[in-house]
Design a protein around this ligand. Sequence first.
Ligand code: FAD
Length: 451
Amino acid sequence: MHTTTLKSSVIYWFRNDLRLHDAAALHHAISLAEQQQTSLLPVFVHDTTLEAMTPWGFVRTGAHRQAWLRMAIDDVSEHLASLGSQLLEFSGDPATVLASLSKLLGHATVICEEIAAPYEQVQIDTLRQSGVQVQTHWQSTLMSRQDLPDSPENLPDQFTKFRQLVEKPQFKTTAPAPSIQRLPKLPEKSDLVSVKALWPTTHPVKPTATSDSRAAFPYKQLNFHGGEHCALQHVQRYCERLLPHTYKVTRNGLQGIDYSTKWSPWLATGALSARTAWQAIQRFEAQHGANDSTYWIGFELLWRDHFRWLHLKHGSRLYKQTGLWPALKTNTHHDAAKFEAWRSGQTGHPFIDAGMRELNATGYTSNRMRQNLASFLIHDLGCDWRAGAAWFETQLIDYDVYSNQGNWLYLSGQGTDPRGSRRFNPDKQAHDYDPDGAYQRLWSAGAKAAC
Ligand code: FAD
């Protein structure tokens, strides 16, 4: 074991915030390093504990998500290098890796964004228990905690009540932080050598995800990169093409790139900040006029916020099968064979199977399909909603712990849906949203996957 006495540095741990625009937590790290006249080491830790199988028998991160995340990391890495810094990548249990890095760098303080999900909170607790100074900063919602009308613990559980509260007297979101233009120096070369000797930096093999021309998020064909540069360009182009004016009318679509914003894959890695995206819509409204559709983009982003605040309020209760209603008996008799049929798109229901094939082939499917897929698994097949949530986690390129957990729990009836359990009739849904069967034909078992 090395026993060096180095000047205390600051470590910035990138989590789901792979960007340098609206990077409030990173600003805090920079300020601390400047105040202490010390160095700043930006790191990303590939969490190898996530490589274990889920209790449902599959890996937690599939190829699509890995490939998308890799692009976001590469982009932030290049951006840091252009400012004279460097992103160091490590593999291991983040708490263990960061604890030893901190020790090596003279008991460096670790700064990162706050994530209010149980697993992510345990990481912070473990790090603190090992004696590391950790500062976490909340930054992923439209409104900061200070700008909320009440403390997170007092916010209403129901979405409509929450929305009404934050919209009155006026919907006021927190302005994005200025983009990072300069960074403190890196630790001394010799210190970095010690760091690398203890924890070899890793550049995992680039994962490859197949590309399918039928995808609603065809990132390969459109040269969509997972990094913040492309994210910001995409938001800008979405506005230049005046699409915010028609969002509410098209948002329930199933096919094609333009029916919804397609911001979620970048929001999920943090390559795009929700505050920045919403600011673009506010500027669009000032220039081109507001309407129901522009309002509705904010409405949907508020759903995203809602699930975040619910996590702060209820924490691990959201992860129990009975959710917020332990006394409510669930009808679930999880049947592994039925779950397998659902997972592989072989339930026999053409609308549902089409959706599962799209999800598995591309890592993305529309909100309308997600609702149907989840409802079918829970209410038609009677399976455990947590298994479905786990499969979405594996597959979705826009996997977001809060939105995924929140939506699945909501649809299971154990969450905050005031109407209780909500079943979508898949025949009626297919009739209403795929009246000519084009979507089902596109994703039928025999259809060719054009690459
Ligand atoms: P748009 O319709 O353009 O919406 C704009 C933004 O609003 C989205 O990017 C997203 O940030 C937010 N938003 C929209 N709908 C919701 C919603 N229901 N809940 C929370 N935020 C919303 N979204 C994720 O980002 N990650 C997930 O892991 C995820 N899992 C889901 C699981 C289920 C069972 C369901 C029903 C929905 C899930 N969603 C998830 C929400 C929603 O389906 C996606 O955000 C949306 O389809 C992403 O495409 P978009 O960016 O084009 O959305």
